[in-house]
Design a protein around this ligand. Structure first.
Ligand SMILES: O=P(O)(O)OC[C@H]1O[C@](O)(CO)[C@@H](O)[C@@H]1O
Length: 539
């Protein structure tokens, strides 16, 4: 693979630099001068309707962004990813989460193997397992059916499953509940296990590497809890009936004591933060059933096809990724808000934080050369309207530019009425009002400058008919490909995560110091003092 292009030395970049100098956005004028703006900047991608018209963009900026995409070879890199080339250069791996959602019968040979056949073979096993749990055919040691599935995992082995489970709650089978244990803070295991009946609880240990400290510690805590709370006579079969595993390291699964028959594998070409559609989604498949999970995969695939085949000027993930580059590198935006007008998406911003920040928070390009521009947007957010009563003040009147994605649905999951008023309509009126206020502002009397709304604060509105499994899949794939686009422009490897290594190693080095088995003499003075404080105050 050729080395990355330094974007800063491209024609597109220099055009954007010129356009940014003295850039005076005026969305009021832009709409007044161009009656078709709302239509011209509205795009369809599968079931998603995406309105980019309230962004700080005009025809010249758009043309320069598309020039930049061409200069850095965005489409070439995209095609290389879909083909299974080793675009994860620092780990010398293919990047093929898109293969996880290819329909049965498709073929894709990678490193001499048809990966689609393997994907569907694993899906069949997951679906069979999900059916058995859902029907009650899979029982615990006392013969009772499973009522609670506890996913034990962290990072990509947690954030996707919990986000999707929460988002698709209306599709979860009655009488089944999923819980998620991730943090090594023992509070997490203690509170999530509270009130559970071991006889009706099934654990899914989800870890790509099966070597993650948090996950293995929590898995052992749960195993002990199970053993302590089941009658002595039932314990010998307990792990076999109450533990399954998801991993690429099936040998380590066996070492933990889980029967490889009860394990679901996946492949090193699936990155952790791109793995919700692999066996890592097993808890979701159990919760919403194989048909729902298949619909979810089809949604992801629909956006893959859009990204793979649509010309860039209508390609929604590409356009959104390029706009983010415009804001980050040319208009000095420091962060990016994601504001779902759906309570069901309350974990979506947290999910996106790993997807975008672990992918693109890099200071060197994929060939090891140093980047010479900002990379990696800082994503954050909360569901509307809660955010409106918390931090929107800063988005409306603060000094920083914060591009914001608003996500909303025409149909509610719970159509409640307050007397004659449809409450979902109140929610959506807020969505529309906020994007309007941010774009167009309102001028205050000169003696009341604190009431002034400058407007020209950019938003993207993403809408769909309803939050179905397919639409959730589409939203995930949309942001995956936005992330890919930004990484391709910056020339970075969006698929490694070396930045998490050092902290993990130092934590292991400090375990004995914290326990008082090592005097910590080799530690720095601040760390030593903090550990001393901890040890003095620990009762
Ligand atoms: O699935 P695993 O191997 O336990 O890893 C969990 C998470 O840890 C990370 O490697 C970061 O530490 C993530 O990329 C990953 O999703």
């Amino acid at each position: 693979m050729n080395g990355p292009v330094d974007p800063v030395h491209t024609d597109g970049w220099s055009q954007l630099g010129k356009l940014a100098a003295g850039f005076q956005p005026d969305l009021r004028a832009a709409f007044a001068d161009d009656p078709d703006r709302a239509q011209r900047f509205a795009f369809a991608a599968a079931d998603l309707h995406v309105d980019l018209s309230k962004n700080l963009v005009d025809a010249d900026v758009l043309a320069a962004l598309l020039q930049l995409a061409s200069d850095v070879g965005l489409e070439t890199r995209r095609d290389a990813m879909f083909r299974g080339e080793h675009v994860n250069a620092t780990e010398n791996r293919a990047v093929l989460h898109t293969a996880l959602r290819l329909p049965e019968g498709a073929t894709l040979e990678v490193d001499g193997k048809d990966v689609v056949a393997e994907v569907h073979e694993t899906l069949r096993r997951i679906y069979d397992f999900a059916d058995r749990v859902r029907s009650g055919a899979w029982t615990g040691v006392t013969g009772q059916r499973i009522r609670t599935v506890v996913n034990i995992g962290i990072g990509g082995s947690d954030l996707g499953p919990v986000m999707a489970y929460e988002a698709l709650k209306p599709y979860v089978q009655d009488g089944l509940e999923c819980r998620f244990i991730s943090n090594i803070d023992p509070t997490d295991a203690a509170t999530k296990l509270a009130g559970l009946d071991p006889a009706t609880t099934l654990f899914i240990v989800s870890s790509k590497t099966f070597g993650t400290l948090e996950t293995l510690t929590n898995a052992r805590l749960c195993r002990s809890w199970l053993m302590e709370n089941l009658p002595q006579s039932e314990r010998s079969e307990a792990v076999a009936r109450h533990f399954v595993a998801v991993s690429t390291a099936l040998d380590k699964v066996a070492d933990f004591g889980i029967d490889p028959q009860n394990a679901f594998g996946f492949w090193d070409w699936v990155g952790g933060r791109y793995s919700i559609d692999s066996a890592i989604g097993t808890s979701l498949a159990v919760a919403i059933g194989p048909a729902g999970f298949a619909e979810f995969l089809a949604g992801l695939h629909a956006i893959d096809e859009h990204f793979r085949t649509t010309p860039l000027e209508r390609n929604v993930p590409a356009l959104m990724g390029l706009l983010n580059v415009w804001y980050t590198n040319f208009l000095s935006a420091q962060t990016h808000a994601v504001l779902p007008y759906s309570q069901l998406l309350h974990r979506f911003p947290a999910y996106l934080q790993q997807l975008t920040m672990e992918s693109n928070g890099k200071g060197v390009r994929w060939d090891g050369t140093k980047v010479d521009t900002d990379t990696g947007e800082i994503f954050w957010g909360e569901p509307g309207t809660n955010g409106q009563h918390a931090f929107y003040q800063l988005i409306h009147q603060g000094t920083r530019l914060i591009p914001a994605d608003f996500i909303g649905f025409a149909n509610p999951a719970y159509p409640l009425k307050d007397g004659e008023t449809d409450v979902h309509e109140l929610l959506m009126a807020n969505f529309f009002a906020q994007t309007q206020a941010l774009a167009f502002g309102r001028e205050a009397p000169p003696d009341q400058p604190y009431r002034n709304f400058s407007g020209n604060r950019p938003t993207t509105s993403i809408m769909a008919p309803a939050l179905t499994p397919a639409v959730l899949g589409q939203l995930i794939a949309l942001y995956e490909h936005i992330t890919f686009t930004e990484g391709a422009v910056w020339g970075i490897d969006s698929f490694d995560q070396w930045g998490v290594e050092l902290g993990k190693k130092l934590a292991l080095d400090l375990v004995d110091v914290v326990a008082g088995k090592d005097d910590g003499a080799s530690q720095d003075a601040s760390t030593r003092a903090l550990v001393d404080y901890y040890r003095e105050h620990r009762s």
